[in-house]
Design a protein around this ligand. Sequence first.
Ligand code: NDP
Length: 243
Amino acid sequence: MMNALANKTALVTGGVRGIGASITRTLAEAGAQVIACYHTPGDHIDVLEKELATIGGEHHLVLTDVTDPDQVIALAQTCRERFGKLDVVVNNAGAISHVPFAELPLAEWHRVIDTGLTAAFHVTQQVLPLLDRGASVINIGSRVATVGIPLRAHYTAAKAGLIGLTRSLAKELGPQGIRVNLVAPGVTATEVELPAEVIARYEGMTSLRRLGATADIAAVVAFLAGDGAAYVTGETIHVDGGI
Ligand code: NDP
């Protein structure tokens, strides 16, 4: 992947923690200049900033709530001022909770849909003027979107909505040479610690008998971001170890 994304610029939402941080790092290692936005301040931001400085190139970590329309407009403005154009947009930010459907508060439904689906629409719409032929939009969905899972009706609805958004945008933006795809991770190990029995159960569900690593997801995102995927659009790529 060395230099596969040289001269490309990228925006990664939720790009400072978990899968998003791995995507930011991988795109930077492949030569892209990256703007990564985050919502929760913390020491992990300094850590990633240092890692990106070691990799080299121009990168910016920007505090943005992707559910706030004004902040999304400001984020697009930052992308314009810093880079003037965008080649890669990764809509990775998402929210989840585990709530029985009968007790799911309307406000929680809106929080999860706003973060996981509406933000992908709004971010992509606001940066659209910065995208040119060859640009790649990558939405991060989830394996559960197509199979369903109890206690996460709001989350699966948001992720299933992303599939429709991806397919329609691929058709609408294709004539302008802009590709739109979705990466659907299975259970992926992040900083969030899972009980050993939960890990064992999830591992047993996969053909490869292991959880995904954030780098597994980032590698597929980097492929879709690059010119090697120049004829791939409207696709959902499952990265789930063969569940
Ligand atoms: P988490 O689900 O733990 O965190 C979500 C990410 O979204 C964080 O980077 C967070 O930023 C960001 N975010 C949340 N709310 C906002 C907001 N209002 N504005 C801006 N950013 C926000 O991260 P994961 O790494 O686990 O997941 C990344 C993506 O992959 C998500 O879309 C998730 O649904 C999807 N996914 C993950 C799986 C897994 O097993 N880990 C499985 C399938 C899909 P911050 O930390 O700054 O708050």
